[in-house]
Write a protein that binds this ligand. Structure first.
Ligand code: HEM
Length: 425
């Protein structure tokens, strides 16, 4: 009884935010992961905001946690990185790579291939496209030629990312650790090979990292460099492919949006002298509606349902105390679906971005995080999506053949896939 009492009433040198710690050990994990098919704020969060307000406590996967749906507190968490809060992810700093013609070539090649099939499942196919491209640019990994399945290791890693830390064979956590271990082993092996035989013909991001490792004034160490490669590969392919799939799903359902998008891209081609030339940076910069469309996609897709931090000290905010050591989950969907920030928040309306901030983070838009750890891949993702959409709408038409339903667990999922038929115009 004493133990249960202590579980339900954790120690705090002030006033803990209201909420329930759920069952001993399990906490409220099962409710958090319960699938939900609405696009609205996940019922786990919505019910608790109603009951306790926008900052509440809970326990997930064995950890005490403060959830914030409060724009001010979420902003405060992002702004005090390193001082009051610390990320749960490995420390990395990086620079993003890429020339858009590489992206365009990949998009054209894949679209052509897909148009020759009866139908394609967008989530899997776009993940393959993005992973192939990123893995090639970062580490010259060619999935088709390699005997090892690097992507499979990342999929296992992602699936177990938020799970009970029980490391026995069969659990998602165990598979996650194994996935990371195998991927890290492959990366380490590559690094050792590269040291012996540097890549001279076609340099990739790994070569730049290796070069930096050899400099005297570098802050990089081998483990940091390997972590960096791992984080970049992991962060890039699942997120962007979900965003592309969500975008296609939207276009299928919103012909007037597709019409305006197509008009913008047709206009780009009509101004170009040689149609075979690739997209230019200026053309990308002129894609005003496309960027509004991408922002609205990021707002409603809510690909990252929670951003995690750990409180470094006791923190007092708006009458609540966040005890040192507790985890904090900033909840972007609650901010993105707040009717006082977005009129009719569940309606897909890219035109609303005409009056809103066009890029970056704000208190009301945190699809890519905020503060010091703001997503380094934001611009790369936007370029990738814009180039893909350009290649798609200028040359192809598409229709949904099967699937398209959305479930959140609470991460975005397409349980029956999004099967589309693509054909040349
Ligand atoms: C739709 C696509 C994407 C979404 C929604 C997204 C979302 C996010 C969010 C919310 C964060 C903040 C995490 C935090 O504060 O703890 C983040 C960080 C990060 N993202 Fe992305 N991301 C996307 C694409 C990418 C891509 C394409 C890359 C790399 C090529 C990338 C690399 C990173 C890295 C390395 C960080 C960590 C930065 C740090 O910890 O300092 N992301 N992303």
């Amino acid at each position: 009884m004493h133990w249960i009492y202590k579980w339900r009433n954790p120690k705090c040198n002030g006033v803990l935010p209201p909420g329930s710690m759920g069952l001993p050990l399990l906490g409220e994990t099962l409710q958090f992961f319960a699938p939900n098919s609405s696009s609205d704020i996940h019922p786990f969060i919505k019910e608790r905001i109603k009951r306790y307000g926008p900052i509440f406590r809970t326990s997930l996967v064995g950890r005490p946690l403060i959830v914030t749906a409060d724009p001010d507190f979420s902003h405060y968490v992002f702004q005090h990185e390193g001082e009051l809060f610390q990320s749960w992810y490995p420390d990395t700093f990086t620079e993003i790579f890429g020339k858009q013609n590489v992206v365009e070539k990949a998009a054209r090649r894949h679209l052509k291939m897909w148009s020759e099939q009866d139908s394609v499942e967008m989530k899997d196919s776009s993940a393959t496209m993005i992973f192939d491209l990123t893995a090639k640019k970062l580490i010259s990994h060619d999935q088709e030629k390699s005997s090892e399945n690097l992507r499979e290791n990342f999929v296992a890693f992602i699936k177990g990312l938020i799970s009970f830390p029980i490391n026995i064979p069969g659990t998602a956590y165990h598979k996650c650790l194994q996935g990371r271990k195998k991927a890290m082993k492959m990366l380490k092996h590559m690094l050792e090979e590269r040291r012996v035989t540097p890549n001279k013909l076609q340099r990739d991001f790994f070569d730049y990292v290796l070069e930096d490792l050899q400099r005297k004034d570098t802050v990089l160490t081998e483990p940091i460099a390997l972590d960096l490669m791992f984080v970049l590969l992991f962060a890039s392919f699942e997120t962007t492919s979900l965003a592309i799939t969500y975008a296609i799903n939207i276009l299928v359902d919103h012909p007037h949006v597709l019409e305006e998008l197509t008009a913008e891209h047709d206009a780009i081609l009509s101004k170009r002298q040689n149609l075979d030339d690739g997209l230019t940076w200026n053309e990308y910069k002129s894609m005003k509606f496309t960027i509004q469309f991408i922002n609205e996609t990021a707002r409603l897709a809510n690909i990252v349902p929670g951003v995690f931090r750990k409180a470094l000290k006791d923190i007092n905010f708006k009458g609540h105390t966040i005890p040192a050591g507790w985890a904090v989950m900033v909840c972007p969907p609650a901010v993105h679906l707040n009717p006082s920030a977005y009129k009719d928040p569940l309606v897909f309306n890219p035109w609303r971005w005409e009056e809103m901030e066009q890029k970056g983070a704000s208190k009301n838009f945190m699809a890519f995080g905020g503060g010091m750890r703001f997503c380094v891949g934001t611009d790369f993702t936007k370029v990738q999506m814009a180039v893909f959409l350009h290649c798609l709408v200028t040359k192809y038409r598409f229709l949904l053949v099967k699937g398209g339903a959305i479930v959140r667990t609470p991460g975005l999922q397409f349980p029956n896939g999004v099967h589309i038929k693509i054909s040349e115009k």
